[in-house]
Design a protein around this ligand. Structure first.
Ligand code: LLP
Length: 435
């Protein structure tokens, strides 16, 4: 479909694709209210231009290194988004058979897919071997044994990276820190060498290097620098002992700015400098697995105000979006900025507002004590920085259908996931015939 304001570009002038034009919030050149009118709310809206610009900041910053970006599908797995990134040249980091199949479904070559995860089923590993993905990141000795056996049965050789646990605290939310000794990820630092030897000894495995990922939403590069230093030391030491390593996967993790007045995430240019300084002279192919920093700021969740209710000391704005649609505030206490889609002259006065969803849980709350103008029933709001780990983590709790997703570029917009019907939702359920 076409946007409502041809010839104007409200998104120009800053990197954000979300800009007001005559008081109206636009995504690139399409008014949010146009999409809301056609598709209904709640609805996720993503900017293709912003995703491209985020991707290019990686490909440009790392251009002088032998380095490739494997976009982490888990952050936003919509096939429209994946096709867009594939066309831009991204490879893909998958963590399930479903994600491998999504990458293949958008035409990504199997050789551009890597497979991570602490627990892979036999079927998932078989799929990876069957289609011939680039490599599997292995996280335990047991997994090496299972993979070797399976590859043998299939008459294949599996290229593997050993994922290390460097025991580095990434200083992020505890639920998304993955590189501390107590976390379930990777092979403990003290056993990495023996695991590498095991991988070399086992039949049908071809160990080609190491992988790490120490956490997500990292606001400082320091922990990555520390872990990369350790990794470089390990590569040198393994090589000195006669082992061959050609590939290093340094994971993802760069944080993004969720609060307008809060800190910005680390710059990709600084990150590239760090990787160059720590790992650039190892003569290894380098791989990155960014997710959030490619898609987070490219998305919003647009929702309608169901009603405004007077609390004791605050206004309570009840939206038609809920924790099942966007769970990050309920799950991690995460902050997402919330703004009105239409700015009105009377909006100069702001009041303390709790923004909540309609689900019967007090945790169904997007923000507390936000300074917002008094919005009325039917008005639209945008929950910002909702392009990563939002639609993908949605559920149908309370029998609320999954939120549709819309992809925008310039004046064009397309529904890239429609809202399922009630019949589709209950269509996969059954009443036992013995009842
Ligand atoms: N590689 C591996 C092995 C990972 O586990 C992850 C994320 C990534 C790459 C991508 O990291 P990113 O660049 O997106 O930080 N649901 C949480 C985030 C979980 C991240 C899990 N792993 C949230 O909403 O904050």
């Amino acid at each position: 479909m076409q946007g409502s304001r041809p010839g104007q570009n409200p998104g120009s002038g800053s990197r954000s694709p979300f800009k007001y034009f005559k008081g109206e919030l636009f995504v690139e050149e399409v008014a949010v209210k146009t999409i809301a009118r056609h598709v209904g709310t709640p609805v996720y809206i993503y900017s293709a231009t912003c995703i491209a610009s985020n991707y290019r900041s990686y490909s440009d910053s790392f251009a002088n290194l032998d380095c490739r970006v494997f976009y982490s599908i888990k952050a936003n797995s919509n096939i429209g988004v994946l096709r867009h990134l594939s066309t831009l040249g991204a490879g893909f980091d998958a963590v399930s058979g479903g994600e491998i199949r999504r990458a293949l479904a958008v035409g990504a070559p199997a050789g551009s897919i890597v497979f991570s995860g602490v627990g892979k089923t036999r079927n998932e590993m078989a799929l990876a071997l069957e289609v011939g993905i680039r490599h599997i990141n292995v996280e335990s000795e047991q997994e090496l044994l299972r993979l070797s056996r399976l590859a043998g049965n299939m008459g294949k050789v599996a290229s593997v990276l050993i994922r290390v646990n460097p025991d580095v605290d990434a200083n992020t939310h505890t639920k998304i820190a993955t590189g501390r000794a107590e976390d379930k990820f990777g092979i403990p630092w003290s056993r990495v060498k023996s695991a590498y030897v095991l991988a070399e000894e086992l039949p049908n495995l071809n160990p080609i290097g190491l992988a790490m990922h120490i956490g997500s939403q990292l606001m400082s590069l320091e922990p990555i620098s520390k872990a990369a230093d350790q990794l470089a030391g390990l590569v040198r030491s393994l090589r000195a002992e006669g082992h061959q390593l050609d590939c290093l996967d340094v994971g993802g993790g760069l944080g993004v700015q969720y609060r307008a007045e809060g800190p910005a995430g680390p710059s990709v240019t600084d990150y590239a400098r760090l990787v160059q300084a720590r790992l650039g002279d190892l003569d290894c192919e380098l791989e990155l697995e960014p997710g959030r920093s490619i898609v987070a700021d490219a998305g919003i969740l647009a929702a309608s105000v169901l009603l405004r209710k007077r609390g004791i000391s605050q206004e309570i704005l009840v939206l038609d979006a809920a924790m099942n649609d966007l769970v990050r505030p309920a799950l991690y206490g995460a902050w997402h900025e919330i703004v009105p889609v239409q700015k009105r002259p009377e909006h100069t006065e702001c009041v303390r507002t709790d923004v909540v969803g309609p689900i019967c849980e007090s945790g169904d709350r997007f923000a507390s004590g936000l300074r917002l103008p008094r919005l009325d029933e039917g008005e639209l709001v945008a929950v910002k920085t909702a392009g990563a780990y939002c639609a993908v983590m949605a559920s149908q709790y309370n029998s609320r259908p999954l939120v549709p997703e819309v992809f925008v570029r310039g004046q064009q917009w397309t529904v890239v996931r429609r809202r399922p019907s009630f019949e589709e939702i209950i269509g996969i359920e059954a009443i036992p015939d013995w009842l």
